[in-house]
Design a protein around this ligand. Structure first.
Ligand code: IPE
Ligand code: IPE
Ligand code: MG
Length: 228
């Protein structure tokens, strides 16, 4: 991949787990289980090729509307995933960070999240960011409240320091799998100048080679940022 420009910040709306499972006559939970394997695979690949931030949409503020059993399964899967992943993060110098309002999660899950963040805090390679109980509108309101509390002047720079993504910069590439073409309340501020890619592939089937194709397409796009 010699002529490929490696972006700093890649964000993914991991969608299609349920449909992947349904097509196979499986329960939706099997799709989430398989999706977690794709998270591991794509994180490791992004780490290898030198991407700095990989921000993955794992649970939205709207996903609480799903059946209780599915929500409970997702919470347990997340807890299990983070515990199992810790050694992988440390071996690969990957830092873990959560964005979103995790205060709505159980104390047990919150502890696992904080523990994983703390134990990987000194890693300097890729930062894997999981968006958990994340909604962009919710994040923006929390940021405004923080800005007020700190009595900071309302500027773009100050506002960004109050976002959950403080210090990470804007998204370079936004990918959504499964054929849906919408943002679903994801990183509305940070996607201001993102290059967007929508693929038909369901998240459990997404792979390194498809990401390569996207990166190569990204390298050929001219980002003008309003200039000519
Ligand atoms: C994305 O897959 C995972 C989460 C939102 C947690 P979905 O569960 O939305 O899968 P589809 O869209 O129903 O196929
Ligand atoms: C967005 O997917 C949220 C995550 C991927 C976590 P959804 O499947 O929840 O979004 P909609 O409902 O299709 O917009
Ligand atoms: Mg979906």
């Amino acid at each position: 991949m010699s002529e490929i420009e490696i972006p700093k910040h890649v964000a993914i709306i991991m969608d299609g787990n349920g449909r992947w499972a349904k097509e196979r006559g499986l329960n939706r939970t099997a799709g989430h289980e398989e999706g977690a394997k794709t998270v591991r695979k794509i994180t490791s690949y992004c780490s290898d090729i030198g991407i700095k931030y990989l921000t993955l949409y794992a649970f939205s503020t709207e996903n609480w509307e799903r059946p209780k059993l599915e929500v409970e399964f997702l919470m347990k899967l997340l807890d299990r995933y983070l515990k199992k992943e810790l050694s992988v993060y440390l071996e690969n110098n990957i830092k873990f960070k959560a964005i979103g309002d995790i205060s709505r999660f159980s104390k047990t899950l919150q502890n696992t999240i904080y523990e994983t963040q703390n134990k990987t805090a000194s890693c300097t390679g890729l930062t894997q960011v999981l968006a958990l109980n994340y909604g962009s509108k919710n994040e923006i309101i929390r940021a405004i409240k923080k800005l007020n509390e700190l009595n900071l002047e309302v500027t773009e720079e100050n506002f960004e320091t109050c976002l959950d993504t403080a210090g990470m910069g804007d998204v370079d590439i936004l990918i959504r799998t499964s054929g849906e073409v919408r943002l679903s309340n994801y990183l509305l501020w940070q996607n201001a100048y993102a290059e967007m890619f929508f693929t038909q592939t369901y998240w459990p089937d997404f792979n390194e080679s498809e990401l390569d194709d996207i990166l190569s397409d990204f390298s050929n796009r001219e980002r003008r940022f309003g200039a000519i």
